[in-house]
Design a protein around this ligand. Structure first.
Ligand SMILES: *Cc1c(COP(=O)(O)O)cnc(C)c1O
Length: 360
């Protein structure tokens, strides 16, 4: 007995976890500063933690009301109908549901390179084929309509990440509108806004009023600090919002996840503090790292360090975990997430020491 031919499917390579690294190096996880997965260094909102506690005795039943409440709350926030909000297990789940709803076997998608690997994985799980558009380092990874259109060949789904992971570059709103108007009628543009809280640029969600070939994905994993709970959502045009009921896995997001997300949405203070820290850290990293970096709209900075694998290993031995970007196709770069002020200062000191040694 064997599964189907999975040779085209590559495993997702996550940032390294503090416990994993601590076990390997015989260290205490508390002595590690983990800046490899763009998580919120302040963790979740205390209100979300309280909601998780309060929900614990109720997890014997399937989530229903909480799911409805979350879709309604998000709908009110974005001024769309609840049917337009597809609550999912992480934003990765939203990417899957869009693949389920749009891809016939053999359909092609167009994804950024370098870029988030799950776009490709999701398409392949759903028997799709993958083409890529190049983000050029020489061009500071610029994201313009032509960046996409030069490679576009009528694909069924085109993925746009703004702010982009791992480069931090953004698509302007005008660029998204231009693209929505330039692509063929059967092409869906998926705008991945996993890091949108960290930029001043407005969300593309209101473009759904005028364009029915656009979907926006968002997550509670990053700025809301709920990565461990797996809650995200897609916002889709009214015209095909009801497709959700046909493609979702029943009870997509958990009771605990929905309740925590509802509480997190009410804690503006925690979100503001999170964004403020990230902006400070982003500037600090760019000002103080002894390596070329790129402007970032996210809670991370990409830095060119030479041999990323060697640099990531060496910083890790000293207690700072950064993301080696080799798996993104950038073997000369590391991505450093924004930490607390203390964690970020410590990371910069250690990375700079390592760079001095590696270069000597
Ligand atoms: C983190 C991330 C996501 C989604 O993460 P989930 O935890 O599944 O919500 C989506 N897109 C990009 C580019 C990301 O970096």
């Amino acid at each position: 007995m064997q599964p189907r031919d999975l040779s085209d499917l590559s495993p997702y390579v996550p940032g390294r976890g503090a416990e994993e690294v601590a076990r390997e190096l015989g260290m205490d996880p508390d002595d590690l500063t983990k800046l490899s997965s763009n998580e919120n260094p302040h963790g979740p909102s205390p209100a979300a933690v309280e909601a998780i506690r309060e929900t614990a005795p109720n997890v014997g039943v399937y989530p229903k009301a909480s799911h409805t409440d979350l879709a309604e709350k998000l709908a009110a926030r974005w001024d769309v109908t609840p049917e337009q909000v597809w609550v999912t297990p992480g934003a990765d789940g939203a990417l899957d549901y869009l693949s389920r709803a749009f891809l016939d076997p053999g359909d092609r998608v167009l994804a950024p390179e370098p870029g988030f690997s799950y776009y490709r994985m999701s398409a392949r799980y759903h028997h799709g084929e993958v083409a890529t558009y190049d983000l050029a380092k020489a061009d500071d990874f610029a994201q313009t309509p032509d960046t996409v259109l030069d490679a576009y060949d009528g694909e069924r789904i085109v993925y746009l990440t703004t702010p982009h992971n791992p480069t931090g570059a953004e698509f302007s709103r005008a660029a998204i509108v231009d693209l929505a108007e330039a692509v063929e009628d059967h092409t869906l543009l998926v705008v991945d806004e996993a890091y949108a809280e960290y930029t001043d640029a407005p969300s593309a969600i209101d473009l759904l009023d005028t364009h029915d070939n656009l979907a926006v994905t968002r997550t509670f994993s990053k700025a809301y600090g709920l990565a461990g709970l797996r809650v995200g959502y897609g916002v889709v045009p009214e015209a095909w919002g009801e497709a959700y009921a046909r493609v979702n896995t029943p009870f997509a997001a958990s009771e605990v996840g929905c309740r925590a997300a509802l509480a997190a949405l009410d804690d503006d203070e925690h979100l503001e503090r999170t964004v403020e820290t990230a902006r400070w850290a982003r500037d600090y990293l760019r000002d103080h790292l002894d390596a070329p970096t790129w402007e970032s709209g996210g809670n991370f900075v990409l830095a060119e360090v030479g041999d990323a694998g060697a640099v990531a290993d060496a910083t890790q031995r000293r207690g700072v975990i950064v993301r080696d970007c080799s798996s993104f196709g950038l073997p000369e770069c590391v991505r450093v997430s924004c930490g607390t002020r203390e964690g970020t200062r410590r990371a910069v000191e250690i990375i700079n020491d390592v760079l001095t040694e590696v270069r000597a």
